[in-house]
Design a binder for this molecule. Structure first.
Ligand code: GLU
Ligand code: ZN
Length: 489
């Protein structure tokens, strides 16, 4: 095939939808596979949606994913003159006709009519173009329009079932069917790979394209179409901003890795074959074929994405893991902050060496980078953030807690402060109290780290050092004593 030119055509909405990201990925893979070009057109002609920073949102998300367009993004508004010109040509050729029916008038007529949609009332009225007059397409009464879809095969639409649709609104604005088509023609797009929700628009666009070709006296050369499957949630509903987490930025800000996100997106409707859960971009490029994309809805399974992300995190070498954690634990001046969140400790308290020591233990335990600060905050805060529920469960409601913590305090004074010695000592103290290590460890962990889950306790205590551990254990022992024996009255 000649080098293809593909595009995504997102509307600026203030966020970048994961469905758009999946469409972008399929376009990008297709372009890479065939030595083609991937471009972005921002469909910004809706006045309310024409905000500069919303364009940045799209470009930023593509860059983050690692799918930068091959050419600077263009905007639909740049093509406004071409839309008007195409409308004029179609009108002059007779493909469009003027209509001044109001919605109410149409609805009233339809009450007594067998069909739905527009009834063709103005077809032969010969209304001139002008303010208050919309332009409709004269859809042939019979015959069929076939969308040759790479993913779905031939999809046949009976022309009789397509109403004479509005192409230019009564205020002169070209509607999606025309503007989107004119842009694709101007941009010499060879393959339109887009969401399934546009399948119903495609026969209208094919009819318009044929009429334009005829009016311009050129050979028809419609692009190849491929409509990628819907993304649905667990309830099999199309995922939407209202009920589902659909913004790519949301995942970025929670600490999903772009390669994991891409891997997950690629599997929404496509499979590279083989059993490997983790598939890198090069493999995807080598294997990608639009023909292999499935047409049934794809489940956007956040649990699966999270699991996959954990696998990508664990696959990093330790230096890379420490590096990707940076924005979460020690943002550099001017560095991007996940959702504008700063770490919970004062920046001068962060110790890169301590973090590097604990990092291998953290890497095994997190599925997203957003979990990292909560796992290490006790190392960089003067006092741990005590989780009240964990405190109640491991300390306040345990009659043995105060005595145990006091014993641990005393024994730790006599023991070398390394993970192994601390471990051995706590086993012994636990035995004296008739407690298995798991039980003996619980109050110590909450006292020292604030929570009942986190990185391995003994390594953590060794990193914290004797003074800090002593102070925290003493505070907890005191609190435990207070709860165990409340003052009367
Ligand atoms: N603006 C449309 C959308 O975001 C473009 C559809 C297309 O790719 O043609 O759904
Ligand atoms: Zn009319």
């Amino acid at each position: 095939m000649d080098a293809p030119r593909v595009r995504i055509a997102p509307s600026p909405t203030g966020f970048f939808h994961v469905g758009s990201a999946r469409t972008a990925l399929f376009n990008w893979l297709f372009a890479r596979r065939h030595g083609g070009t991937f471009v972005v057109r921002i469909e910004d002609t809706d006045a309310e949606r024409n905000r500069e920073e919303w364009v940045d949102v799209i470009v930023d998300a593509l860059n983050w994913l690692g799918l930068p367009p091959d050419e600077p993004p263009v905007r639909q508004s740049q093509f406004a003159a071409a839309h008007a010109e195409a409308a004029t040509r179609l009108y002059e050729s007779g493909a469009l006709y003027g209509c001044d029916c109001t919605r109410e008038a149409i609805d009233e007529r339809l009450v007594h009519a067998p069909q739905t949609g527009y009834d063709g009332h103005c077809r032969d009225r010969g209304l001139a173009r002008g303010p208050g007059v919309a332009l409709r397409f004269r859809v042939p009464d019979d015959g069929e329009t076939i969308v040759h879809d790479v993913i779905r095969g031939d999809v046949v639409f009976q022309n009789a079932s397509i109403e004479d649709f509005v192409v230019v609104r009564s205020n002169g604005a070209a509607l999606f069917a025309l503007s989107n088509l004119v842009d694709d023609r101007a941009m010499k797009i060879t393959h339109v790979v887009r969401g399934e929700e546009h399948l119903a628009n495609t026969p209208k666009q094919l009819l318009l394209a044929a009429a334009l070709d005829a009016a311009e006296g050129v050979e028809p050369s419609p692009p190849v179409f491929a409509h990628v499957p819907l993304l649905v949630n667990e309830q099999r509903q199309k995922i939407s901003k209202r009920r589902d987490p659909v913004a790519v930025e949301l995942y970025r800000d929670q600490g999903f890795l772009a390669p994991a996100m891409l891997n997950f997106l690629a599997l929404l409707g496509w499979s590279p074959g083989g059993d490997d859960e983790m598939v890198d971009l090069d493999t995807m490029i080598q294997r990608f074929a639009l023909e292999d994309v499935n047409h049934s809805p794809a489940f956007f399974d956040v649990a699966k994405l999270t699991h996959l992300n954990g696998a990508y995190i664990r696959a990093l070498d330790i230096a890379s893991f420490v590096e990707v954690c940076h924005p979460w634990v020690a943002p550099r001046p001017g560095e991007w902050l996940p959702a504008d969140q700063v770490p919970p400790w004062p920046s001068e308290r962060f110790d890169p060496a301590v973090f590097a020591s604990i990092a291998p233990l953290i890497q095994e335990r997190v599925a997203t980078l957003g979990e990292v600060p909560g796992m290490v905050d006790f190392l960089f805060l003067d006092e741990p953030v005590i989780d009240p529920a964990d405190f109640a469960k491991a300390i306040a409601r345990q009659p043995h807690a105060a005595a145990l913590l006091n014993d641990v305090l005393r024994e730790f004074e006599a023991c070398p402060f390394d993970a192994e010695s601390l471990h051995r000592t706590l086993v012994e103290v636990g035995e004296r109290h008739g407690l298995a290590l798991r039980k003996a460890q619980a109050p110590v962990r909450v006292a020292v780290t604030g929570r009942s889950i986190g990185p391995p306790l003994f390594e953590s205590m060794a990193l914290l050092g004797r003074d800090t551990v002593r102070r925290r254990l003493a505070a907890a022992a005191k609190a435990a004593g207070g709860v165990a024996a409340p003052a009367p009255g």
